[in-house]
Design a protein around this ligand. Structure first.
Ligand SMILES: CC(C)(COP(=O)(O)OP(=O)(O)OC[C@H]1O[C@@H](n2cnc3c(N)ncnc32)[C@H](O)[C@@H]1OP(=O)(O)O)[C@@H](O)C(=O)NCCC(=O)NCCS
Length: 181
């Protein structure tokens, strides 16, 4: 699926580097009630399969994403756009960057967890072709609320008409143990 994208001027999407951390932490703090600390970010980014990405506009970090590479999928662990820059397609462009990394031969899926109460993120992912495929209860230490697992699956573009089978993804899904990094 190719998303229709309005491209904000001067938006650059690149790897996160150490000196971006201060601005990334400010976005984290402005975006979430339960926040990652700097140590959480650094600890995660030290893992070999963990990647940090930022969106930079006019020299300012306006969004970040932390994701993991697994054998058959990409797993978004943390992702936010600075409040003053939301609804400008920045998040969409960052997701499109991940979609561009998918391939039929290897990683065909992007997954993420969204809190039950985070309706705007659910609507955001839904607008980009993600489906909520399962609910995980007891996922968070800080609250009783559940996590919705949302998934984007790369579908092979084919001249033949594909039969829509809505149960396929749900029945075959086993997020955490399905493949090791
Ligand atoms: C979710 C988030 C990353 C979206 O980033 P964004 O740059 O504002 O999103 P975009 O501008 O690319 O939105 C693309 C589309 O998603 C949908 N969307 C985005 N935010 C939405 C909202 N608050 N309500 C309804 N739909 C929304 C819309 O369809 C939008 O297209 P439109 O603006 O043309 O209507 C941002 O709201 C955010 O940082 N939220 C707080 C942190 C968070 O919840 N992160 C996700 C954790 S899983």
């Amino acid at each position: 699926m190719s998303l229709k994208i309005h491209q904000p001027d001067q938006l650059q999407i690149r790897w996160l580097i150490r000196r971006d951390m201060e601005e990334v932490l400010a976005i984290e703090q402005a975006s979430f009630e339960f926040q990652w600390t700097e140590e959480d970010f650094l600890c995660c980014l030290r893992q070999r399969n963990c990647i940090g990405m930022v969106a930079e506009q006019d020299g300012k970090i306006v969004g970040f994403m932390i994701y993991e590479l697994h054998k058959s999928r990409l797993h978004i662990l943390n992702f936010a756009v600075s409040p003053n820059y939301r609804r400008q397609q920045i998040g969409q462009r960052m997701i499109q960057r991940l979609i561009d990394k998918l391939s039929q031969q290897r990683r065909r899926e992007i997954v993420t967890e969204v809190r039950e109460s985070n309706l705007s993120a659910q609507l955001f992912f839904k607008s980009l072709g993600f489906l909520a495929i399962t609910i995980v209860r007891g996922r968070y230490e800080d609250t009783e609320e559940a996590a919705y697992i949302m998934s984007y699956l790369l579908i092979e573009e084919s001249a033949e008409e594909t039969t829509f089978k809505p149960t396929n993804r749900i029945s075959s899904y086993d997020l955490y143990d399905r493949d090791a990094a």
